[in-house]
Ligand binder design. Structure first.
Ligand SMILES: [Fe+2]
Ligand SMILES: [Fe+2]
Length: 554
């Protein structure tokens, strides 16, 4: 078939589907036209929304990642052609171009998790670890592997675009979001009408009358959202909204403002089944050893190491220890060096290599049939910006050399205990550096236990499907290919540390566990009023999913 015949054939294929090609498209169809790709994309589109395809639409079709409301786009094109309004259409065109620029490369995949696929598309997952040999019962689902490099402003733009698109996908199919429109379409409405939009929170403030006013942004622009104080339930929901999170807004649109009637978070679906292993086997969760600190609790930590080695405790305690198969360490293995001014005065080991060697000596005493999974924390010897890569081999070589250790990034997802016919459990590890920001800035977290209720902070993040939704809540790497802090895989266990106070709970069948620590209260914690609760160890029977917290304190 000649190129001219191909083009003619293409015009008739589109025509049969009720779509007319604008002359500008026909003129610019490349000679090396990928016929099959266009037909494949065509069949995946909601053709009923398309009447005429012009050049910009063609670009969008070619770029499968440009995900938006086709209906809005087609209408805005009509407005544009009739000289009624060009803003909306131009916004779409720039969004399409931008989407093309930030399209992620094909994902690298290794270990699959058989977790039901509530996960986002693979493009939003962390690149998976491929280097280390897989340990028995352990499969790394996602662990950040990108090398450090200089970032520029475009990386931030791409990063936030990825976040928006990932969370927008979760929200757009929710039944509450019927009649979803872009913010620019809402602004064009002259009469009051029920609308819903998905936006990233750009700003939030209280009006003179005590109502909450939000400004939310989507790829087509921004719009104001008013939450009236006379709707107490909604007002309470809106009170916990933080900057930069992506939310669904339902309400009555009228010009430049939406009067909100509901707020929708990306959420963890209800009624997910609780997976249980067929055998009695335990997973144990610890963090924040702070080896090297003069407040490190050596005696208590030795007791823990002796217990997990089934050397101490009563008969039942030793029996449980003998059934431990997985140990998770969620960051801050060492106290580090130069983490805060004057730290050297509070260190008994000032050499960072030695701190890791001592950590490794403890871990070496643990039976080698127990698989240990380690992610870093903010005291470990590496960059603090998240995602933090695996512990650096040159500083922590003694830990790396242990035969039963799997190193992952912070955050990371690890699948454990899968077997033929059983998908295993997905464990999301996150050290918890963003927790400080939310305890300080979200009133309902601050007033309901603060640092003592990590379960509420974890629920707050799970609902938002993001580990640090607010720009200011953590230091982060603006990855141009994805936002690795999006909670794309719904975990069976969400495990954190950092705040030195252990608690376990469950949210929509995700078991949330915050680990304790092995450092007694420091002068800094005394000064800021933190009350750590060290030497507690949450353990989970994977057969029953019951969590117990063991105490190794005096
Ligand atoms: Fe810590
Ligand atoms: Fe920490």
């Amino acid at each position: 078939m000649t190129e001219a015949e191909k083009k003619k054939e293409l015009v008739s294929i589109f025509f049969e589907k009720g779509i007319l090609l604008n002359p500008d498209v026909i003129d610019t169809i490349p000679n090396n036209l990928d016929f099959e790709m266009i037909i494949e994309v065509l069949s995946s589109l909601r053709q009923e929304d398309l009447a005429v395809i012009n050049n910009e639409l063609m670009k969008a079709i070619e770029n499968k990642n440009a995900d938006f409301n086709w209906d809005d786009l087609a209408r805005s094109r009509v407005d544009y052609e009739k000289n009624r309004d060009d803003k909306v259409y131009n916004s779409f065109v720039s969004y399409i171009k931008n989407s093309a620029q930030v399209s992620p490369p094909p994902p690298k995949e290794i270990a699959n998790t058989s977790q039901e696929s509530q996960s986002l598309e693979n493009s939003e997952k962390l690149p998976a670890a491929v280097e280390e040999a897989q340990k028995p019962g352990i499969s790394v689902v996602s662990s950040y592997q990108q090398d450090s490099k200089k970032r520029d402003i475009q990386d931030f733009v791409a990063f936030f675009n990825h976040r928006y698109k990932a969370l927008e996908k979760l929200l757009r199919n929710r039944h509450e979001m019927r009649g979803l429109l872009s913010t620019s379409r809402v602004k064009m409405k002259k009469d009051k009408e029920n609308v819903s939009v998905i936006g990233m929170v750009f700003e939030k403030h209280l009006t003179k009358n005590g109502n909450i006013m939000l400004t939310v942004e989507d790829p087509s622009g921004t719009i104001k959202v008013l939450v009236n104080k006379n709707k107490p339930e909604l007002y309470e929901k809106a009170s916990s909204i933080v900057e930069d999170e992506v939310i669904g807004i339902v309400g009555v649109g009228a010009g430049n403002i939406i009067f909100s009637t509901n707020i929708v978070w990306p959420e963890i679906p209800l009624n997910r089944p609780v997976k249980k292993a067929s055998d009695e086997v335990y997973a144990v969760f610890v963090s924040d050893f702070h080896v090297g600190s003069d407040h490190f609790l050596e005696e208590e930590f030795n007791k823990f190491i002796d217990w997990i080695s089934a050397k101490t405790g009563n008969e039942e305690q030793r029996r449980i220890a003998s059934k431990v198969k997985y140990l998770f360490i969620v960051g801050d293995l060492v106290d580090g060096c130069g983490i805060y001014p004057g730290q050297e005065d509070e260190l008994v080991i000032r050499d960072i290599y030695k701190q890791y060697e001592v950590s490794a000596e403890y871990l070496r005493r643990i039976p080698s049939n127990i698989q240990i999974v380690i992610c870093p924390g903010n005291h470990d010897a590496m960059r603090i910006a998240e995602p933090q890569p695996e512990l650096y081999k040159d500083f922590a070589s003694a830990v790396w050399e242990l035969p039963n250790v799997t190193m992952v990034s912070n955050p990371a997802v690890v699948n454990i205990h899968s077997s033929p016919g059983f998908p295993g459990f997905d464990v999301l590890l996150y050290h918890g550096y963003s927790f400080d920001y939310y305890v300080e800035n979200v009133e309902h977290l601050r007033n309901n236990g603060g640092y003592k209720r990590a379960d509420l902070i974890m629920k707050f993040l799970l609902r938002r499907r993001h580990l640090a939704p607010t720009h200011k809540s953590t230091l982060y790497i603006p990855d141009a290919e994805s936002d690795p802090l999006v909670i794309s895989t719904i975990p069976d266990f969400f495990v954190t540390g950092h705040i030195h106070y252990s608690i376990a709970a469950s949210y929509h069948n995700v078991t949330t566990i915050c680990c304790s620590c092995w450092q007694e209260k420091t002068p800094f914690q005394e000064k800021v009023g933190h009350e750590p609760q060290p030497a507690r160890v949450p353990i989970v029977n994977l057969n029953t999913r019951k969590v117990k917290i063991l105490k190794f304190g005096k």
